[in-house]
Design a protein around this ligand. Structure first.
Ligand code: COA
Length: 252
């Protein structure tokens, strides 16, 4: 059941923290359209609940997320691009969240498994984590406003290496590039992430919100870039070169 693929947890050890967990380990936590809808519902509910002060993304041991589900990509391509990409709605919901977001990455973080962290305020990663966005190898283009945010954070060369050349970044490289906040041993990743989130949740919420808004800056530019990217993304998804790449993955 897709509901089980996104788990919602309120850990006693982390009061005020809503954990949203990717839980589809047999498919490396690849995110389906149904999972995006669950994520949207979870974020919307957490944003509206005054008892929730901080939202936290976690995955399963050794895997944060392998990105968008390839079968759903193929389905969108085969349908001739009918409907709206669920990922786009998820990204806009994510950007609209008015509370701090923490993520704890252990292992694989591919595609949106990497780029969603750009919308988190603090990302902790285990030392075995690997960040990769093979958009161009799949005949796709960067999403999640990564084409705006990564150059801003990491400079052109590292942005190009990650987003265009499809190079993998180790946790150390991601830290050096400013894409994550902290590296911790994998055995402590979850406890440290929850500790970080709980610490944030204990702070005066109004002051924290103002500080976050000031640090984030212009959200409209981010929304605009998400929409610009998605136009190219949806068009490329329907290209023969993208279809060939998805079919090759499905055939492996
Ligand atoms: N969509 C759908 N299914 C996926 C998936 C994805 N993005 N990533 C992994 N899976 C599935 C595999 O098809 C496989 O399913 P199966 O057991 O039914 O055959 C299962 O998860 C395990 O993956 P596998 O490839 O056997 O594991 P691995 O350890 O050898 O490799 C990855 C893991 C993540 C490196 C590899 O699966 C991969 O490259 N996935 C695609 C990642 C990607 O390009 N995402 C989109 C970015 S825009």
């Amino acid at each position: 059941m897709s509901e089980d693929h996104i788990l919602l947890e309120r850990p006693q050890a982390a009061p005020g923290v809503q954990v949203i967990r990717f839980n589809r380990p047999d498919k490396k936590n690849a995110i389906t359209d149904a999972m995006y809808r669950s994520l949207i519902d979870a974020l919307t509910a957490a944003n509206a609940d005054a008892d929730i002060r901080v939202i936290t993304f976690l995955g399963t041991p050794g895997c944060f997320s392998a990105g968008n589900d390839m079968a759903d990509f193929l389905g969108f391509a085969m349908s001739g691009g009918k409907g709206r990409l669920a990922a786009a709605d998820f990204l806009h919901t994510l950007v609209g969240v008015e509370k701090p977001i923490v993520s704890g990455v252990d292992g694989l973080a591919i595609g949106i498994g990497t780029t969603l962290n750009l919308h988190c305020d603090l990302t902790l990663a285990s030392s075995r984590s690997l960040f990769k966005t093979p958009f161009v190898d799949l005949a796709l283009v960067p999403e999640a406003a990564s084409s705006l945010l990564v150059p801003r954070i990491a400079g052109h060369q590292r942005a190009f290496a990650l987003l265009a050349a499809g190079e993998s970044f180790t946790a150390e490289q991601a830290l050096a590039a400013g894409l994550i906040w902290k590296i911790v041993p994998e055995t402590e990743l979850e406890a440290e992430t929850l500790k970080t989130a709980a610490h944030l949740a204990s702070k005066p919420p109004q002051a924290l919100k103002i500080a976050r808004d000031l640090v984030r800056g212009d959200i409209d530019a981010i929304r605009k870039r998400i929409d610009e990217e998605i136009v190219h993304f949806a068009a490329q998804l329907q290209s023969a070169e993208a279809r060939a790449a998805f079919e090759a993955f499905m055939r492996r």
